[in-house]
Design a protein around this ligand. Structure first.
Ligand code: FAD
Length: 467
């Protein structure tokens, strides 16, 4: 069988590896140039946080060991507060619960090399899909340099062509399709924190740096050359209003001025990017067309899961194809059935995390809550798993992770109520004795609360289903 993949981003390139492993012939068409042929400047690349789901997929095809040296570990968030304090919030309660910062270019070129090394895989760069016959799996393409058009047919076409997927548009055209597209009112611009003159990092390297704020937000990922790539998020209309970026930064993020010596130039030159969230259905058509990655579920980047979920899609689709090797229609239907409920939940979580990064990260109460979450994870290993941990450091499906986090919260509230009642019960004899003018309680009564809390904990452990 021959599969045509449109788009050589993280999803398209990984899927090419998977399908080649199953013996398919794979042709990948990508509108951009081959990233391996561009020099460093031409292929300026964003960096992305790779976490457990992406790592599991890359491990599945045997590529994680090749990729790991190209990444920088991020052990937690360094949160830059207005007073100059930079508290560090670890990403997990346990060793190894970390993220990896990787340049998109490094990830994609590694995947392309790996896919091309397998028999039956061909990449065609500078080819843009402009039309699709969804009944015959025939793609119409334009060669970007010459403008020449051509048609190619396969057993199926997979749209891995991102949030504004043309495959999706042609596949759903005229069908009873649902489509929900939402632009965030905030846009983004990339700004660099270069390495210092002596080549060292200007700030702690192995962390995701966050400058939270209600009016503006900066997030910075580390690079292997000791620089960091910062992303400034602002209400979209503000970008043009800020004519003196250094003044703006002095007011809101004073400690960035030393870190970003090229701020004014980059602010003027770098384009504003926009953030879109997409939910759509169907994801496939009669075994002839299917969608993968951002093409079927683009999310805001604030949970760092867009690429990771796109890579995880490939694993799920590969298994569905393995379960229905001669019936792509059944494989595609199974893939959407298994996957969509979870990516819908990810969409919600990604929206909520924008609010967390922007509004809550500065709150001491919130930071305390996060510490308590990690503490519980340490004292109740395997029984208390913070939501962030389940999303970023496990492959528990997104909706299952959220359901479990909600159960944990309910249990915690119940345990809190039980502890409060126990506290009252323990304090009551002392209060009564004080009212009667008697002396302090005997020691056994003073430890009553501790015993009741332990009892509540034991009951909680009995009630809580295993991870
Ligand atoms: P894309 O990466 O969009 O790739 C689609 C490919 O298709 C492109 O190469 C494009 O050129 C090609 N294409 C498009 N149209 C056509 C056509 N008509 N014909 C041929 N080719 C076509 N995710 C994370 O997991 N972690 C992060 O830390 C993270 N940070 C992010 C930060 C920002 C600022 C943004 C905007 C996103 C971030 N993401 C992150 C999300 C992540 O970038 C995407 O989810 C991921 O790239 C999706 O991969 P994809 O292969 O589905 O689509």
């Amino acid at each position: 069988m021959k599969i045509i993949i449109v788009g050589a981003g993280p999803a398209g390139t990984l899927l090419a590896c998977y399908l080649a492993g199953r013996g398919f012939r794979v042709e990948v068409y990508e509108r951009r140039a081959d990233p391996r042929l561009l020099d460093e400047d031409e292929s300026r690349s964003i960096n992305l946080g790779l976490s457990a789901r992406g790592i599991a997929a890359l491990t599945d095809i045997g590529l994680m060991d090749t990729l790991r040296p190209l990444t920088v570990p991020m052990r937690g968030r360094a949160i830059h507060l207005p007073g100059g304090a930079v508290p560090f919030q670890p990403y997990g309660a346990h060793e190894g619960e970390i993220l990896h910062s990787v340049l998109r270019r490094d990830l994609i070129t590694t995947l392309i090399d790996h896919a091309e090394a397998q028999p039956g895989v061909t990449f065609h760069f500078r080819h843009r899909l402009v039309g699709l016959d969804r009944e015959t799996a025939t793609a119409r393409l334009v060669q970007e340099e010459t403008g020449a058009t051509s048609s190619v047919s396969g057993d199926a076409v997979i749209g891995a062509d991102g949030a504004f997927s043309q495959v999706r548009a042609h596949m759903q055209h005229g069908l009873r399709a649902d489509h929900h597209q939402e632009f965030l009112q905030w846009g983004y611009k990339e700004l660099t924190i270069p390495a210092a003159d002596d080549g060292s990092a200007r700030t702690r390297l192995e962390a995701l740096h966050v400058w939270p704020g209600e009016n503006a937000l900066i997030v910075a990922h580390p690079n292997r050359d000791n620089s960091l790539t910062g992303t400034l998020f602002l209400p979209a209309e503000r970008f043009d209003e800020i004519t003196a970026p250094e003044e703006f930064f002095r007011e809101w993020f004073p400690d960035t001025l030393d870190l970003m010596p090229h701020l004014a130039k980059e602010y003027a030159e770098h384009p504003v990017g926009h953030l879109v969230s997409i939910r759509t259905s169907p994801w496939h058509h009669r075994g002839r067309v299917a969608l993968i990655g951002d093409a079927c579920h683009a999310v805001y980047p604030f949970y760092g899961q867009g690429m990771n979920s796109a890579l995880e899609d490939c694993t799920v689709l590969d298994r569905c194809v393995g379960d229905h090797p001669t019936d792509l229609g059944a494989a595609f239907a199974e893939y959407q059935r298994l996957r969509k409920p979870h990516t819908d939940v990810l969409d919600e979580l990604s929206k909520q995390n924008f609010v967390e990064l922007r509004d809550r990260l500065r709150s001491p109460l919130h930071l305390l809550g996060k510490k308590a979450d990690l503490l519980l994870a340490r004292v109740l290993p395997g029984r208390w798993v913070p939501l962030y941990t389940m999303i970023s450091h496990t492959t528990v499906p997104y909706a299952d992770a959220l359901a479990r986090a909600r159960r944990q919260d309910t249990l915690l509230r119940r345990a809190g109520v039980a502890a409060a009642v126990a506290g009252l019960a323990a304090a009551l004899p002392a209060v009564l004795r004080a009212a009667r003018g008697a002396g302090p309680a005997p020691r056994s009564d003073r430890t009553g609360l501790a015993r009741l809390v332990r009892l509540a904990q034991r009951n909680t452990r009995k009630g809580e289903p295993p991870c």
